[in-house]
Design a protein. Structure first.
Length: 165
């Protein structure tokens, strides 16, 4: 019976050491869990469920913000199409005089190729100013070659910019 008692005592000591090691390990796990849970008294599953809920709320908020920004950008792009995006100036000698190319045609167009062409014809005694509306690249009246050249130059900028994009 003495050997049985010694064996039982050895098993008891081993069990005691094992339970002490497990208790120490459990204590460390609980400390780490407190760090994760933020000191609140709830289980890890509850914390994970709350984090998932908060993540879904944040995800919906970010999606709403992204959608609102897309709408604003679309509105800005629409307004930008209406701004003067392309311009060109052609200088020339309108009346065949040696006046130093004092006449000029200026094309100011938006993103839809609509806008105005200003032409200033200078002569020794007088100067005349003409303005023609351009709608979708088409003039309301027949254009002079210089006015057409100004529009072509301006729209050439549009072609170059679209090729770069």
């Amino acid at each position: 019976t003495g050997i049985i008692a010694i064996t039982a005592a050895a098993i008891a000591v081993a069990a005691l050491l094992l339970s002490a090691a497990l208790a120490f390990r459990l204590r460390r796990v609980r400390m780490e869990q407190r760090v994760v849970l933020g000191g609140q008294s709830r289980d890890l599953v509850g914390q994970a469920a709350e984090l998932q809920s908060q993540f879904e709320t944040l995800h919906k908020y970010v999606e709403d913000i992204a959608s609102a920004l897309e709408n604003r950008v679309a509105g800005v792009e629409d307004r930008l199409d209406g701004t003067l995006s392309y311009r060109a100036l052609v200088r020339y000698d309108a009346l065949g005089e040696m006046s130093g190319r004092q006449s000029a045609s200026l094309a100011l167009l938006d993103g839809t190729a609509s806008g105005l062409v200003f032409s200033s014809i200078h002569h020794r005694d007088q100067a005349r100013m003409y303005i023609q509306a351009i709608q979708d690249g088409r003039p309301e009246h027949r254009l002079s070659p210089e006015e057409s050249a100004a529009i072509d130059l301006a729209l050439g900028q549009a072609t170059q910019q679209s090729q770069l994009a």
